[in-house]
Design a binder for this molecule. Structure first.
Ligand code: HEC
Ligand code: HEC
Length: 372
């Protein structure tokens, strides 16, 4: 900017000089060319310097996202993952055959349904907001209260949860799967060592193996890998605000969360005291309002927010966090700045990997939908 202004001044001066040189009748009193004016000359203030972030402050986020969260307890194979993908999309695992995992965790929509509470069997409402399944395998445990230890254990829950897929018991899921010849084949291929492979345990292992590959790397990972240009200046300013405000006390690690349990309302009580969080599980008063800190990956796309789905807009969620978790009043502009940074965590959906699969057709004994 400064450079442009200076060169304009210079060339104007030169123009006057050369005009004068061709004049025959003498020149008007010539002023000596002024030196280019210093500091006062620029019209606009120079743009703010690009925010620089001390790399040491990024250590709190660890390394970029891994490519998968495969587990040696559930070794993956192409056949197992392909079966898991089918089961994830199969509505026949619900009582009325109208709900699959994907109904509430839409993989094309960052793994959520966008509702405050999801609609389960007979349009019943659950009591908690559906979290995303992307990166879930990387959390310390599953569910808002961490009551399932991993994605394999978690996958057994929804099928028999009366307000979700509502099958009467796990045996029923096995009967459904055993009645579908294509699945009998697919389970044999996915679990070749098993004599009777069509079990609920293997079904949840297959779903888990599929979920362990649901990873959405974003520009932030490039940034963590050292590509400083991967975030723009506005996002970097938001990241600094996020660090300076103290959000990383809980939202740390490569998932910016997912690794600890914390009290919601750590400084100021949460406005909605209905859900006791982990205390409902442990019956211990000290666990009241303790929830798993959610990951902030893709958070700009997974509204509404919090276990109670109470907040629609990300900057509002940021302000609420600052006030209830840290006792800080954030200005609107600062909340917006943090929200802008958080959008850099919006990753790439693995479109090919999540393609809706062809499902094997019913066999003769496959039960009919049960709307009751
Ligand atoms: C009717 C909607 C619904 C259906 C169907 C459903 N879920 Fe969920 N899911 C939820 C809700 C709500 C929660 C949070 C419940 C809680 O924390 O108590 C959840 C939690 C999860 C979590 C934990 C994520 C985290 O961050 O802790 C995973 C993983 C998950 N579901 C996977 C699945 C799979 C796999 C299926 C199919 C077998 C499935 N869900 C079917 C609504 C649903
Ligand atoms: C003391 C720990 C702590 C601090 C500090 C903290 N959070 Fe949280 N954050 C949580 C917990 C716990 C939850 C889950 C609350 C719930 O829904 O019950 C959460 C949830 C969120 C959510 C909602 C995510 C979702 O998927 O619903 C956002 C967004 C968020 N935090 C952003 C921030 C920001 C930005 C800051 C800094 C201003 C911050 N948090 C500071 C613990 C913390």
């Amino acid at each position: 900017m400064l450079a442009t202004v200076r060169s304009t001044t210079l060339s104007l001066t030169m123009g006057t000089l050369s005009l004068c040189a061709v004049s025959v009748t003498g020149c008007p009193q010539q002023e000596p060319p002024k030196p280019a004016e210093p500091a006062a000359a620029p019209v606009a203030a120079p743009p703010p310097a690009s925010p620089t972030i001390d790399p040491a402050r990024l250590a709190v986020f660890g390394t970029p996202l891994p490519q998968h969260y495969d587990s040696k307890d559930n070794p993956p194979s192409d056949e197992k993952i392909a079966l898991g993908r089918q089961l994830y999309y199969d509505k026949r695992l619900s009582k009325n055959q109208d709900l699959s995992c994907n109904s509430c965790h839409d993989l094309a929509n960052y793994g959520v349904d966008g509702k405050k509470f999801s609609l389960g069997h007979k349009k019943q409402l659950g009591g908690r907001n559906s979290p995303s399944v992307y990166q879930a395998a990387g959390h310390i445990a599953q569910f808002w209260d961490g009551r399932a230890k991993d994605v394999e254990e978690q996958a057994g829950g929804p099928m028999t949860n009366p307000v979700e897929m509502a099958l009467p018991d796990p045996k029923r899921a096995e009967l459904v799967l055993q009645s579908i010849p294509g699945y009998v084949d697919a389970f044999k291929k996915a679990f070749p060592a098993d004599k009777q492979p069509v079990t609920i345990k293997n079904a949840t292992a297959a779903i888990g193996a599929f979920e362990r590959r649901l990873v959405t790397p974003s520009r932030f990972d490039k940034f963590l890998a050292g590509e400083v240009g991967a975030l723009n200046d506005v996002e970097k300013a938001g990241l600094l605000k996020f660090l300076d405000t103290g959000c990383v006390a809980c939202h740390s690690g490569t998932l910016l969360g997912g690794s600890t349990y914390q009290k919601v309302g750590a400084v100021k009580p949460w406005p909605n005291p209905i859900d006791l969080g982990r205390a409902a599980l442990t019956k211990n008063d000290a666990d009241k309002f303790i929830f798993k800190v959610p990951s902030l990956r893709n958070v700009a796309r997974t509204a509404p927010y919090f276990h109670d789905g109470s907040v629609e807009k990300l900057p509002d969620a940021v302000k609420l966090m600052a006030s209830h978790q840290l006792g800080r009043d954030l200005a609107d502009a600062d909340a917006q700045s943090i929200a802008t940074f958080l959008d850099s965590l919006t990753g790439d959906i693995p479109k090919e990997f999540i393609q809706e699969p062809q499902l094997p057709p019913n066999g003769k004994a496959t039960p009919k939908p049960d709307p009751t």
